[in-house]
Every structure is written in C-alpha cells, then in structure tokens.
Write a protein that binds this ligand. Structure first.
Ligand code: PRP
Ligand code: URA
Length: 212
C-alpha cells in the first residue's frame, strides 16, 4: 500500500491493480464490471478497515487457553447511490454487524454540484462510531463532501472514504473541508476533463455497473 500523505492511501496490491485495469477497459461488459467491482471493493475495504479498533478477549481453543481480539468499533457503511451499492455488498460481507445508511446523491450535469435526493441517516449516532463512505468515483469531490457533511452534522469524528479512483481535485476538495477524513483508493488519477469526468478514469461508474 502506498501512503500519499497520511490521509490518502493507494492500494497498489497487484490483484487490486489488475481488477482496476479490467474496470477501466471499455470492452468490460456490465456483468463482468460488477464482478470485478465487487472483488476490488473487497481489497479496498479490507485495507480501509486496517484502522479499525479491536478489543482483547480470552478464548479457549481445543488445545489451550489463549488471547485473541474482536472488532470493537460501531461501524456504519454509507453507500452513495447508485454506484456505492456494489461496495456496500462487499463491505457488509467483511463486516456483517455494520449498519448501512444509504445516501442518494446525483451530480447536476451542468454545474457538477451534487444534489441530495435521499438520506436514510438516523437522527443520532454514537459520536465515536466509524463511518465508511463508499463511492467508487471521487471526481470533483462534491458528492463525497455532501455525504461527509451529513455525518459531521451528527458529530461523528471518524469518517473514512473508500473509492476505486480519485481525482486530485476531489481529494483536495475533501481535505480542504474535512482534513481528517482518511481516503483509501485504487488510484489517484491525472485530472478531471471539461465534463467533470476523471481522466483516465473508468467512465460513468453507475452506468457501467447497471448497464444503463
Ligand atoms: C457519480 C459517482 C459519484 C459522483 C462523483 O455519481 O458515482 O457519486 O458521480 O462525482 P463528484 O465527485 O464530482 O461529485 P452520479 O452523480 O453520476 O450518480 P449515479 O451514480 O446515480 O449515476
Ligand atoms: N462520476 C463517474 O461515474 N465517473 C467520473 O469519471 C466522474 C464522476
């Protein structure tokens, strides 16, 4: 894993990078895209979860008593619709006790600003919970900042963002507003184009996952 500053980590494992390359390729069909996206999400969430807290516990194996650990964080998964759904599937498999709160955000294609059309957040959360905002694409950062804002309003302190691909512009926007948010990504790409797409990116993640 490459750390790009302490708050951005690029998962450079060959298996993850192979999957990301398959996702980028334009000939990858939606059914293959979903399969690769699920597998890549496993690696990214696994790395993001490295920061989780554990509690020591005593157990008895069939042979001897020993000490082990159990996860101790109250975990919240926040998939950003639509594309984040595929990451939630993988994250829930890795952390079955996690709560899932969906957030619906849509970028206005002209202004590129994100509009929230759905949020299923509760009125309060334990302030020491750990939130994973899941969105494959961090482009202008407008969607990520809007999603993070919702949890900051609930006074949550530990918020992580997991993406397949991040643009430098999006990373900057997130960290300008929320410097403590830790970002785990498959790649920091070159730039955004004039339409707000990540270059080289992988195109429209939602469209490619859902075949629309
Ligand atoms: C895409 C993507 C992110 C957002 C990133 O979603 O899945 O949520 O754009 O762009 P930003 O960083 O510039 O905000 P989109 O708004 O296209 O919605 P969709 O998944 O429903 O198609
Ligand atoms: N949303 C996407 O799905 N892809 C991009 O490149 C930018 C925003």
């Amino acid at each position: 894993m490459i750390a790009q500053g302490s708050k951005v980590q690029v998962v450079d494992h060959p298996l993850a990078q192979h999957l990301l390359t398959r996702l980028r390729a334009q000939e990858t069909a939606p059914h293959q895209f979903r399969r690769y996206a699920l597998a890549l999400s496993d690696f990214l969430v696994y790395e993001a979860a490295r920061q989780m807290h554990v509690r020591e516990t005593g157990i008895q194996t069939p042979v001897a008593p020993t000490k082990g650990v159990v996860l101790s964080d109250y975990v919240v998964l926040a998939p950003v619709l639509r594309a984040g759904l595929i990451m939630a599937e993988s994250a829930q498999k890795l952390m079955p006790a996690a709560r899932i709160y969906h957030i619906g955000l849509k970028r206005d294609e002209e202004t590129l600003e994100a509009k929230c059309y759905y949020d299923k957040l509760p009125t309060s959360l334990p302030t020491d919970c750990r939130v994973f905002v899941l969105d494959p694409m961090l482009a202008t950062g407008g969607s990520a900042v809007s999603a993070i804002d919702l949890f900051v309003k609930l006074q949550v302190k530990t918020i992580q963002l997991v993406s397949f691909v991040a643009a430098p512009e999006g990373i900057k926007r997130v960290h300008d507003k929320h410097p403590n948010v830790h970002i785990t990504t498959g790649s920091v790409d070159t730039k955004l184009n004039e339409l707000g797409y990540i270059v080289p990116g992988l195109g429209d993640a939602g469209d490619r996952i859902f075949g629309t």
